[in-house]
Design a protein around this ligand. Sequence first.
Ligand code: ATP
Ligand code: MG
Length: 422
Amino acid sequence: MINIAKGTQDLLPEVTSDWQYVENKLREIAQNYNYKEIRTPIFEHTELFTRGVGGSTDIVQKEMYTFTDKGDRSITLRPEGTAPVVRSYIENKMHGYANQPIKLFYEGPMFRYERKQKGRYRQFVQFGVEAIGAEDPAIDAEIIAMVMDIYQSFGLKKLKLYINSIGDIDSRSEYNKALVEHFKPSIEEFCSDCHQRIDTNPMRILDCKKDREHPLVKSAPTIYDYLNDDSKQYFEQVKLYLDQLGIDYEVDTNLVRGLDYYTHTAFEVMSDAEGFGAITTLCGGGRYNGLLEMLDGPNETGIGFALSIERLLLALEAEGIEIEHDDALDLFIATLDEDSKQYAVQLLHRLRKAGIRADTDYKSRKLKGQMKQADRERAKYTIVLGENEIKNQQVKLKDMNDGGEQIIELSSLTDELKERLS
Ligand code: ATP
Ligand code: MG
């Protein structure tokens, strides 16, 4: 027997209705904020990610599914959505569109070679949004408001929003110098990844999962002291908008996102529900002012976030929120013999074309077995077709909810059901 690949999962019919519900709601909310869907390929040239995500990140160093295709090109299964969306923005010259910023959302599988644990898969589904082509604190606030709106609209309450500013590129480089001075003398006490980070991207030491308890991480200088006036003012305005929208947040000066191209606003939403498990990050996002130029694009800026549906579902479970869905059958047709079965097939076809969810028995079960099947499908109505029903062109329509029965002409069954179901 061949088993499923590690870190992936089959979504069985028992859970796909939850997924559909979540996906529909995400789309609906994105549209309320006037974000439109973009679909980019599942694989891209590897260079898009090594350049666009950054060589010092875990994603590029350890997590990419990279292979050489038959044309000798290096191809990578997308590990995240921002670089592909920005590539598409540049390639399709969206900066030339009249309405800026371009507001996009995407939804689809991402691939990262990671150690499997609760809430961490090798294939997972991200929903993300990007607003590209405007540098305005109001857009940053809009994006953050939208994330919180999303989680709250599912009924989640145990949420924490952390925000930070990592400043513009000048502030960052001053800060990085200070971090090198702070960590360099004791870098031997840190993990091997941090040995590299001190040279490639010192800010990421603050983000290290292994060394987070090291006293030097706690005593590290904060970005706040290195923000220049423009960066400070930008951050103040983002916070002011959030205050005006009544959105609670906490400033976490150690919050540096894992990706290299972030500037200014960075944020994360965590769940503090009991039972969520070790990983509590639901969503991450931030502003990327250097990315477009890094990908040979125009001098435009963007901001976005990404969340995974897997972790959203985990949060719902942790808070005991059940998703209601309507996948019950409208009508089950039980049949008594071969002739009524033949009749049922035609009747079903008409009902389904009229938009009624209907089904019948295909295993020649006895009537009792067929009724059990109808129960398992939570059928709202049932009819039993036999010789008499077909001869008289009448059936007893049974309401499975209250057990009530009514004789209906077969010719008006569709209309009767449509009326009762509406
Ligand atoms: P983490 O610190 O958990 O590894 P990350 O910094 O790698 O997260 P991002 O690249 O910012 O995460 O991705 C955005 C969101 O995607 C995360 O907040 C999380 O909800 C989700 N996510 C990331 N990796 C996975 C994964 N392997 N499985 C499921 N969801 C994931
Ligand atoms: Mg990760």
